[in-house]
Each structure stands twice: as C-alpha cells, then as structure tokens.
Design a protein. Structure first.
Length: 272
C-alpha cells in the first residue's frame, strides 16, 4: 500500500503528463495550420480586387463588344463571368478595412501613415477615374484610398476621445464617427460612409475577436458575398509576414492603369 507522499507524487506526474500531452497537441495543431499573416491577408485582398476590377474593365468590354453582344449564348456566358468576377471582388474591401485598423494599432507614427494614404489617394485618382469611370477627370467619385484615409482619421479621433482622462470627452466619440461618415458621403469616396462605418466597427470591437468578426460580417451584409471576408480575417494570426509595404500601395494605381490599357486598346483590337 502506497503512502500519501507517494500517491501525491503519482498524481503530480500524471497531471504533468496530461499538461504536456495537451501542450503537445496544441503545438501540433498550430504547426499544422499556423494561420494567415498580414502579408497573406493583403495578397488575398489584392487578388480579389484584381479579379473585381478585371471584371469591371476587361470582361465588361468583351461582354459589351458587338461580336459578343450579337450572340445570345455568348452574351449570357460573359454576363455570368462578369457577375462572378464582381462577386469575388466583394471580399477585398472588408479585408483592407481590417488591415487599416491593424496598421493603426501597430504603426510607430500614425501621422506618417496618414500622409502616405493621402499621397496614394492623389496618385490613384486619375487611374481610378480612367479605369472605372471612363474619364481622366471624374470629380463626382473618389478612389478607395480616400475612404481608408478618412477611416484612419476617424480612428485617431476615436482613440483621442475614448482614452481621454476626462470622462466627459468619452461621450463625444460618436461625433467623430458621424463627421467622418458625412465627409466620405459628401465627397463620395468608394464605399463612402459605409466604409468608414466598417472601419470604426472593426476598431471598437477589436478586444473581442469573435464579436469583431460578427460585426464585420453584419456591417457588409448589404453587399453579398462580402461577409465571407470575415473568414480570412478570422484566420489572421497577428504576424506581419513578408515585408512588401510599397508593393501593396503601388499595386492599386498600377493595376488600374494596366487594366484600362487592356480594355481600351488591346481588347478592341482583338475582339471587336
């Protein structure tokens, strides 16, 4: 018959073995699927955006060409391809909004971040107008960088009021959000006030990750199938991944110019 110290020792060894086994299983699961890094999340977003914009430019040009539109079957086929490409593109914007929040939370200099967004807002405006509006100057609509910039400025204001030592100022944060949403609506940025609202939701719910994903899905439910973007966001593991910062910034205006050139000059020469 074992004495009490011996029995305690056995129980301790069993507990340690159980903890080690659980820890090993968790490490194995993590090694099987470590999640998605920030750079991978960006690549998913820009690939989705590329397919979307290819649909809005190249595929639409093919679909509306006289050769295709004169055939009922071909017109229906390219119509479905166009719709599919635009649907795939719906997941890009929520991911970009999530990345803006992550960038805001981790940047060393938020004003430098804002200046960078403003610079690329200006750089991207003509490519945006050419590719998606058919004119080099279309003041009625602004590119998505302006939406992300306004969203970032709203986050700066939200943090200022919500983290202020003066409690009365905490109640003023809705005014910042309303001002940002109205600005985006007034200058009619891409996704306008709805985009700014989504960025604010992702920031305000950031401490409860599952609630954040639900908030993201609900906030974009007006545009199906955009809520699917919550899945790759859910898989984000908090790491930055490969550093290709300026590649992502430049991709937006450059790919719009390339798609504009293909739709405007190459496709008419081949299809029409």
């Amino acid at each position: 018959m074992q004495n009490k110290p011996a029995q305690k020792g056995v129980r301790h060894l069993r507990a340690c073995s159980s903890r080690c086994a659980c820890s090993g299983m968790q490490q194995t699961n993590a090694s099987l699927f470590p999640g998605i890094s920030g750079s991978t999340l960006k690549l998913i977003a820009i690939l989705s955006m590329l397919i979307d914009h290819a649909g809005a430019t190249v595929i639409r040009t093919i679909w509306q060409s006289p050769v295709i539109s004169s055939s009922v079957s071909q017109s229906q086929l390219w119509s479905e391809i166009y719709k599919a490409s635009r649907s795939i593109g719906r997941i890009a914007f929520p991911i970009f909004c999530f990345l803006i929040v992550e960038g805001f939370l981790h940047t060393r200099n938020v004003w430098r971040y804002a200046r960078r967004l403003f610079l690329f807002s200006l750089i991207s405006e003509i490519p945006f107008d050419l590719a998606l509006k058919g004119s080099w100057y279309f003041p009625e609509k602004q590119n998505v960088y302006f939406t992300l910039l306004i969203g970032l400025l709203v986050l700066i204001g939200l943090r200022f009021f919500l983290e202020s030592p003066h409690r009365l100022l905490h109640w003023l944060w809705p005014l910042v959000l309303i001002a940002g949403m109205y600005t985006a609506f007034w200058i009619d940025t891409d996704y306008n006030y709805k985009g700014v609202f989504l960025i604010a939701v992702l920031y305000l719910l950031r401490r409860e990750r599952f609630v954040q994903y639900i908030g993201c899905a609900v906030s974009v439910a007006w545009e199906m199938p955009a809520p699917i973007a919550a899945i790759p966001i859910f898989l984000y593991n908090g790491t930055r991944g490969r550093q290709m910062k300026y590649f992502f910034y430049w991709f937006y205006p450059v790919h719009l110019l390339v798609l504009y050139g293909i739709a405007q000059y190459l496709i008419p020469a081949i299809v029409i």
